[in-house]
Design a protein around this ligand. Sequence first.
Ligand code: UD1
Length: 328
Amino acid sequence: MKILLTGGAGYIGSHANKLLSSRGHETVVADNLGRGHREAVRWGRLAQVDLLDEATLDKLFEAEKFDAVMHFAALIFVGESVKHPGRYYRNNVQGSLNLLRAMRKYGVGRIIFSSTAAVYGTPETSPLPEDHTLGPINPYGWSKLMIEQTIRDFCSAYGMKAVIFRYFNAAGADPERETGEKHDPENHLIPLVLKAVRNPARSLKIFGSDYDTPDGTCVRDYIHVCDLAASHLLGVESLMEPGGEGTARVYNVGNGEGFSVREVIEATAKVTGKKPRVEQAPRRSGDAARLVASSEKLKRELGWRPEYPELVKIIEHAWAWEQTLPVD
Ligand code: UD1
């Protein structure tokens, strides 16, 4: 298959790119390199394209005949989305609309979309099934939910087929250390704990210790980035099967087990043999107390099984990758 990966120079896209290429698929990465990294595109070809630039996007679709699109490209910081909502709606929603328009124009009918647990807002049950009430609590989550709906509408209007993955907390790195997590600035818990372990001048702020959870800190479902990538391979294979035109299937991707911020810090200390300096800090706005996935549907319908469900293994891979980066 020939697959277009928008955002393929980013964290999750680069792992998917490696997996697809290792399975013999031809990949083309479309990335504006605003937050992605040229050096992360180690497989397939890179086309420097911004999804807001419709003319360049059209040229790409004119030049290549894609069998499917995996749409990873997005701005992803919750806090930034609260401060700059316009930036998020423009980049994420308008960019996706342009992509869907080009797909329709050039007859590309299969898409896999990176959505998020943030579409659920404040959960009423745990683990969360896909049919749980939706209600994002920040513009980032809203932008993803709007794109989900746009994709559904394009599917029913134009006979396209889609798989929408709602990721929980992507973590870990390629075990061969060929790619990994490198956000600037870094906002995610596991890389921040690892940076604090490496650099004693840093400390790790715990955002809120008064949540209604066993130790008072937020609970999240950490999912190995390679297991996320594997779900994409299964997803695209399922889209190649006959039938299903006009439909968009939604799947959660998580391990079904929650770990608190303190548990992540303890597990990191176990892996690295060092404890980071820790500070208590106020709650971060937009954070839900507990987000844990039910991925039963993904297991049942696509036969997905996580290869690295253990938190310690996820942190080991993240630690091995972190040590390839300069100390900061
Ligand atoms: C969020 C989004 C997720 C999005 C991801 C990408 C929600 C519900 N989830 O994940 O959809 O894809 O960002 O950016 O909006 N923490 C600390 N100290 C730190 C950093 C984090 O205590 O220095 C805590 C947070 O409060 C949170 C947990 O660690 O409880 C995980 O945070 P983070 O890694 O930023 O991911 P989410 O916010 O869960």
